[in-house]
Write a protein that binds this ligand. Structure first.
Ligand code: FDA
Length: 405
């Protein structure tokens, strides 16, 4: 029987960080991952450049049933701690927008840093390792190396003092995502909050789908609102509906059957703009004037999908009544719809919900009623906004748990 002080299930962002830090504390550590290589989501993240953290991390950037849970870890291991690590390894990176930090070269640079840290800390990494069963051993008076768990794996049985579940969420099953962590949590009596695919594009159906398809590829800045939460970022029409950063952000807050409101002219007062055009005596058709402030393809298509605005496209601004102007403002700046759904876990960046944080210590990440069992990263009910916040949660939770395993 092989023994490690700490077994980490899942070699993703949180698991590798936790393993390296526990190893540095002198703990014997192994990472077990069923995939053929570790860190696959790191490699595909940020369009291949990994948006590994954000300059402006705040607890308010995270959703959870208990919004206070993330505060302690985020303050004990900050974005600047992670920057210290990547600077020490000479990583070249840049801020793209809104504090989002990306690798200059490839996401692989981040994975290589974590692997180098694991190597330096003597961490053993086993890939293609399936975990068949986890059993708690009868409670003894524990020392720091009393075995407390036995794992039956495809590579033999392993015992450990601390078991860290870092198996992530359900998004992108083709990259190795499974519900393993939730099942293990349930096995040991922890509760799970409802889970949903999140940071995910919306799908449309019927006429709206046809409109989106006609506009596929058009991107424009918007304000998007749902559940009293607003984001100001880009929206992209797709062959299935809408996507882009604004849409992914609001998907964290949207629930099925709820309305979203979009302002396609977030930086303009359209009524005022039309009044100015009227005063200037423009003779051009409305559609041509609107094409000065919106993508032409969008204007042509968008005005035709609403019976009220359809007839206005070819009019001059002088021909618009106050009611017409209100109709235009409503259609372009307060447009509402109920998405048919989302693209689901196939394309979602994260899983909303997860292991109930009320059952886990925010200091140690140990299950409150199950000594030696820890949960870190996305498997927990903590979900960040788009922009490097989810990786920062993985680093922070992994680091903090490592101090107690
Ligand atoms: P993660 O999913 O990284 O790792 C879990 C590990 O557990 C995997 O290696 C998996 O193989 C393993 N595993 C699962 N089930 C197992 C089982 N039964 N047995 C053994 N091993 C098992 N975030 C961000 O901040 N910036 C970004 O740029 C992006 N970009 C991005 C792009 C895309 C396409 C996706 C899908 C996601 C992102 N994210 C992101 C989100 C980010 O990738 C995610 O939040 C973290 O990877 C979560 O880290 P974890 O370590 O918790 O899980």
């Amino acid at each position: 029987m092989t023994y490690f002080d700490c077994v980490v299930i899942g070699g993703g962002a949180a698991g590798l960080m936790c393993a390296a830090q526990a190893g540095l504390r002198g703990r014997s550590v192994t990472v077990l991952d069923h995939a053929n290589k570790v860190g696959k989501k790191i490699l595909m993240s940020g369009g291949g450049r990994c948006n590994f953290t954000n300059y402006y991390v705040e607890p308010s950037n995270y959703l959870s049933n208990n919004p206070h849970f993330c505060k302690s870890a985020l303050s004990r291991y900050t974005q600047y701690d992670f920057l210290e690590l990547v600077n020490r390894h000479g990583l070249a990176y840049h801020e793209k927008t809104l504090g989002q930090l990306f690798c200059d070269n490839k996401a692989k640079d981040i994975l290589n840093i974590l692997l180098a840290e694991c190597d330096n800390a003597g961490v053993r990494i086993a890939t293609e390792c399936s975990i068949h069963k986890v059993k708690a051993l009868p409670a003894e008076t524990p020392t720091t190396n009393t075995p407390r768990y036995t794992l039956e794996t495809s590579q033999g049985d392993i015992q450990c003092h601390s078991l860290v579940v870092a198996s992530g969420g359900l998004s992108i099953p083709t990259m190795g995502a499974t519900g393993f962590g939730y099942d293990l949590a349930k096995q040991f009596g922890l509760r799970i909050t409802p889970r949903l695919a999140s940071l995910v594009p919306f799908t449309f159906k019927g006429d709206l789908l046809a409109t989106a398809q006609n506009l596929a590829g058009v991107a424009l800045p918007v304000n998007i609102e749902s559940q009293n939460q607003t984001f100001s970022e880009a929206l992209l029409f797709t062959h299935k509906g809408i996507s882009g950063p604004a849409v992914l952000q609001i998907s964290n807050y949207w629930l099925p059957e709820q309305t979203i409101t979009i302002n396609f002219l977030p930086n303009a007062d359209l009524a005022q703009q039309i009044a100015t055009w009227q005063q200037e005596g423009h003779k051009a058709e409305l559609k041509n004037l609107l094409s000065r402030i919106l993508p032409k393809r969008f204007v042509t298509e968008w005005l035709t999908i609403n019976s009220a605005t359809k007839e206005l496209a070819d009019k001059t601004v002088a021909q618009l009544s106050n009611i017409n102007i209100e109709q235009l403002v409503s259609h372009l700046q307060k447009w509402q719809c109920i998405p048919a759904g989302t693209e689901g876990y196939k394309t979602a960046e994260v899983t909303l919900g997860g292991v109930n944080t009320d059952d886990v210590s925010s200091k140690t990440f140990e299950a409150k009623k199950v000594p030696g069992l820890f949960f870190v990263g996305e498997v927990l009910d903590v979900t960040g906004w788009l922009g490097g916040f989810n990786f920062q949660w993985a680093w922070a939770s992994g680091y903090c748990a490592a101090q107690f395993v």
